[in-house]
Design a protein around this ligand. Structure first.
Ligand SMILES: [Zn+2]
Length: 150
C-alpha cells in the first residue's frame, strides 16, 4: 500500500530526530498503521478500550501531579511519581494541541509491575490507539498495562 503524503509526514515525525531524540518507533520496522492495528486487535483480546486505558492513566497523572517529584500512594495500591520537565511536546500525528513534558512512573504494589508514561502517551493512546513501537523507551504493552493499572 502506498503511503499518502500525510502518512509520510507522520512517519517522519515518528522516527528519531524530527520531534523527539529517540523517536516513537524503537526497533520496530513495521509501518505505524500496522503497529496500531495490531495493538487494536490485542486490546480486543484483552477486553480493553483505548478510553479505559487513557482514563486510567489520566487519573493517576492528575492524582500525582501535585506530588512535586516525590512518590505518592494512590488507592493504597499504586505508588506513583510525577517528574515534570520544562517544555511542551506536540502530537506527531499532526494535531494542534501541546502536551506537557513529564514522566509518570507507577508501581503496582500488589504485583510489583512498574510502568511509566508521558502526557503525550495518554493522548496518543486515546486519539490514535498508538502505544509506540516495540523497543521504544515509552512503549506501553497493552498486556502489561492490564496487569499494572486495572
Ligand atoms: Zn494527536
Amino acid at each position: 500500500m502506498k503511503e499518502t503524503p500525510k502518512e509520510k509526514k507522520i512517519h517522519k515525525n515518528l522516527i528519531p530526530g524530527q520531534m523527539s531524540i529517540e523517536g516513537f518507533l524503537g526497533k520496530d520496522k513495521r509501518n505505524y498503521s500496522e503497529i496500531i492495528s495490531t495493538d487494536r486487535a490485542e486490546l480486543d483480546r484483552l477486553d480493553l478500550t483505548t478510553k479505559m486505558i487513557a482514563d486510567r492513566l489520566q487519573y493517576f497523572t492528575d492524582s500525582a501531579f501535585e506530588s512535586y517529584d516525590s512518590s505518592i500512594i494512590i488507592d493504597e495500591k499504586y505508588e506513583v511519581n510525577y517528574k515534570s520537565f520544562r517544555g511542551k511536546l506536540i502530537c506527531p500525528f499532526g494535531h494542534p494541541g501541546v502536551y506537557r513534558k513529564g514522566m509518570i512512573s507507577l508501581m503496582n504494589l500488589g504485583n510489583g509491575i512498574e510502568i511509566n508514561w508521558t502526557p503525550l502517551n495518554i493522548h496518543m493512546i486515546s486519539d490514535h490507539c498508538f502505544f509506540e513501537g516495540k523497543g521504544s523507551i515509552h512503549r506501553l504493552e497493552p498486556m502489561i498495562l492490564k496487569d499494572a493499572i486495572f
